[in-house]
Design a protein around this ligand. Sequence first.
Ligand SMILES: [Zn+2]
Length: 193
Amino acid sequence: MVGGHPILDFVNTLDWRFRLSGAEELIKDYGDLLRFTAQCGLLNRSEVSRIRANGSPGTAQQVLTASRRLRETLATILYDILDLQSPAAAAVSALHAYVASAQREQELGRQENRLVWMWSPKSTHAMELPLWKLSVEAVALLTSNHMSTLKACSNQECRWLFLDISKNRSRRWCDMKLCGNRLKAKRFREKKE
Ligand SMILES: [Zn+2]
């Protein structure tokens, strides 16, 4: 979890996305999707156990496929933005469809002195809940001021996404140990040759 935002960590779960020898899938099954969304705080414990109790293998596979499609839609939009291109129209309308179906599961509730969007009671044990929450969270990020700090790791085979909240906006790597040192070592070797 290096992205500083659940959605960036989600996109990073297709590891080595730009590696010539191929990417590595970190969300291998529905259980991984559930663990990931719980780890980044989008699902709480009781939601996870209710979903586990109500799940069916067929739905799990459908939700897994849809979630990976959402992730790749987000990757298209985010890397287009980083590459200073207008995000692909097909990806934007695909994202709109995801968030529209997620919002159908929300209702307005009261909280002290204001109203809040809440998940409908029946949605909180649906297997689709991780997908719905990721969809809503994605649009919240993409329409927020956080986007001005969006960056990708300088290792061209990695390009993991993160929000650069360092003081002088100088962060270059997903992780200094993972990519920073590896690339430094490579440059060092090249210099010697
Ligand atoms: Zn990296």
